[in-house]
Design a protein around this ligand. Structure first.
Ligand code: ADP
Length: 206
């Protein structure tokens, strides 16, 4: 298999050990009930700007972590909530029994009803637009960049991430997958942390 050029200072053998592709996995299941053998120590949440709980994966995470406690923590730490494209950290509370220490609450963009609303000037205005041509692409990319930077900050070894924005927020799934995978790969090429990333898909289609 062809590998990209090694990072400077690494031998080819080091590079093979650190192959970003080998550090990325996909798991089909519920992010609040991952097998403990995975050793996941942090999960991302697809939150909304209020950080006060919502539906979908946000609801499942609040239920598992302890709804009232998690809402109270976020309200105290982040009274203004979290703007779209940014990520806030909380402890995992009730999920700590599963070895999870951190929840990273990422607020992904809502895919606009009218694509023209978010398109860059001159860009085609539908889902076929090149990646990065819509404002929503940039906001979703920002979530992933922030997630990975926080993984470094909090010394996270294994981060599990749901398919942010692809549920109620309607972000096209293949498009979101390319953004997620591209940013994960780019980050892992340059960083030791997180050591592993698992994309958790709720079903086969995801
Ligand atoms: P958003 O509002 O960001 O679109 P959703 O929670 O509606 O967030 O959907 C995001 C993704 O999370 C969807 O692919 C949905 O199928 C998936 N999902 C829902 N519940 C869970 C869960 N318990 N574990 C993992 N993924 C989930």
């Amino acid at each position: 298999m062809d590998h990209p050029l090694p990072i400077s200072g690494q031998t080819p053998a080091d590079h093979a050990l650190n192959d970003p592709i080998a550090r990325i996995a996909v798991h089909v299941g519920d992010i609040t009930a991952l097998p403990e053998t995975f050793g996941v120590d942090a999960i991302a949440n697809a939150a909304n700007e209020s950080l006060a709980g919502g539906g979908g994966v946000d609801r499942a995470i609040h239920d598992a972590a302890g709804r009232d406690e998690l809402i109270a923590y976020n309200r105290e730490q982040y009274p203004a909530g979290c703007p779209t494209g940014l990520v806030k950290h909380s402890p995992a509370l009730g999920l700590e029994a599963q070895g999870i220490k951190h929840i990273l609450h990422a607020v992904g963009p809502v895919w606009p009803e009218d694509d023209a609303q978010y398109a860059m000037p001159g860009a085609p205005i539908d889902d076929t637009a090149k990646l990065g041509y819509t404002y929503a692409d940039t906001l979703l990319a920002s979530c992933y960049t922030q997630l990975f930077n926080l993984a470094v900050k909090y010394d996270i070894q294994h981060l599990a991430i749901p398919a942010i924005s692809t549920g109620v927020y309607r972000f096209p799934k293949p498009r979101a997958a390319r953004i997620a995978f591209g940013h994960a790969h780019g980050h892992l090429l340059r960083n030791d942390l997180p050591q592993r990333i698992t994309f958790v898909c709720f079903n086969e289609e995801d």
